[in-house]
Design a protein around this ligand. Structure first.
Ligand code: HEM
Ligand code: HEM
Length: 175
């Protein structure tokens, strides 16, 4: 396998950094449930959820820039439906990484709550609108559940390529 068959190192680093960040973003929300409402620990977990979630937005913008500047290797040979499904999943993952943080930012903005980002306070994206805030929060939570399936499908496909088809799909996204 030559170097040209791999993703560029920057894109590999950004891919796996996003995976780690998303684990923490999901974990912070799943774990908050074990602490009572209004407790400090619960509030700290929520703040980390917001800040790490916003970092996903920053990272995906970098990823899009990296993708534009450093094209990836060509699709490996295989049936057309597989190539199509991979493309569609990657597009859905990009929309997820862009849409989820923006929706979260909108939930806080429309609820009139501060939007913390590592010592900074980001501006509200919209004015106060509690009804809209509740609706976007519901959407954010539904898409978060869909995200589990989408990421699961994507990761399973990578493992299927690696262990069953025994091709280079996973290796070329590894250092
Ligand atoms: C990729 C990024 C993100 C993912 C995957 C994500 C995922 C989640 C999940 C799994 C929940 C819990 C859903 C439930 O209880 O059923 C949640 C709730 C929430 N998220 Fe996010 N989130 C992201 C980014 C953000 C950002 C950037 C903000 C705000 C700046 C935010 C604000 C919220 C709020 C306000 C809630 C409701 C919290 C509550 O129930 O008190 N999220 N999110
Ligand atoms: C353990 C989990 C994961 C594994 C094993 C994995 C594996 C891979 C592999 C092998 C590729 C290369 C596919 C190809 O060349 O056709 C890839 C690409 C990609 N992955 Fe993942 N991935 C995981 C999690 C994620 C997550 C959480 C996201 C984002 C939410 C993501 C987003 C992407 C995107 C957008 C691509 C297309 C290439 C790019 O533009 O960077 N992956 N992944």
């Amino acid at each position: 396998m030559t170097t040209f068959e791999k993703y560029p190192p920057l894109r590999i680093a950004l891919h796996w950094l996003t995976v780690l960040l998303l684990v923490a973003v999901y974990a912070s929300m799943e774990l908050k449930g074990i602490f009572p409402k209004g407790s400090d620990a619960r509030e700290v977990l929520k703040t980390w959820h917001f800040m790490l979630g916003l970092s996903v937005l920053l990272l995906v913008l970098l990823r899009l820039l990296a993708r534009w500047m450093q094209p990836g290797p060509p699709q490996l040979p295989g049936p057309a439906w597989q190539a199509w499904l991979a493309k569609a999943t990657h597009l859905a993952l990009y929309l997820f990484m862009l849409g989820m943080p923006l929706a979260g930012w909108l939930v806080l903005s429309t609820a009139g709550k501060p939007v913390p980002f590592f010592g900074l306070e980001l501006p509200a994206l919209m004015g106060l609108n509690k009804t809209l805030s509740g609706q976007i929060k519901d959407l954010h939570e539904t898409v978060a559940t869909i995200g589990y399936f989408l990421i699961g499908l994507h990761a399973l496909a990578a493992l299927f390529h690696h262990y069953i088809l025994k091709d280079n799909t996973l290796r070329r996204m590894w250092r």
